[in-house]
Design a binder for this molecule. Sequence first.
Ligand code: SF4
Length: 329
Amino acid sequence: MHQAADGGLARVRVPGGTLTNAQLRTLAEASADLGDGGLELTSRANIQIRALAEGAEIDLAVRLREAGLLPSQTHERVRNIIASPLGDDQHLVEAIDRALCARPELAELPGRFLITVDDGRGDVSGLGGDVGLHGNALLLGGCDTGLRVSDPVDAVIKAALEFQAIRGDAWRLAEVPQGIERITAALGTPGAERIQVGPVSARPIGRIGDVTVAAVPLGRLSEEQARRLCDLVPWIRLTPWRSVVLPAVDTDIALITDPDSPWHGVTACAGRPGCAKSLADVRADAAAWVGTRKDRIPVHWSGCARRCGKPAGKVVEMIATGDGYRRSE
Ligand code: SF4
């Protein structure tokens, strides 16, 4: 739990973004009982609960553990695994998560370490994970190494161990001199033609095949919305774009399934009153601005120059200055 201006802030890792409705209910009830009632979706497809009172972390941890959301006390910070939200790799994500938690030395990975599991459609490889799978291609620092793997779990864990061995004080692989080359050499001989990993661009919403992707306005599910979702669907999957994948349903709970909605692609950091650094109530300002929005280019609103939660890919930024906002493209 971190301390924020509005109280304790707990980030709950959700590898692969998939929650059963029982787990979602646990989170919703925990936030209602211990926090401010809402659930924040993060750019790593995790959940945040805020405004927790001092000492609430103990009650929260008990609830999360019983729901299977806190399987490892030692490795919690490093269970950062994002998978293709429309893919079917949750079993692989869970195997990587178990293997990660089974290696004591990997508890020392930095909390920013990121694993991506892209099923080949190219939606999360562009997030620049430290270690990634793109089909059977092994990526390091978001780039294809030319290595192809038959045991993806083993390959990811070996790459993570190599990173931990050489990282020094670095938080991300990109910060390690020759880091990609050194780990690639330790793992094998690249032979395959390299895949060009593009930047993340698409943020699909609406009915897609047998699922519905619904954007969550400003990335925050209210207590009521979370509870309704629990009643509506057996599971949800969080995406890095602050949307949720649902078994195909017609939602009537103020989630966004129309790609032309002015809310689609609008994100904001916590801002005031949650963050002491914020120069504005960015969420209220973003909400007031939405009705005047002319185009559909993704926009991220920040309360200060740290620009927390800025989504990957092309995005216009509105950064609070104290007497308005500076627009940055
Ligand atoms: S961008 Fe600034 S104001 Fe917003 S959450 Fe981060 S530190 Fe706080």
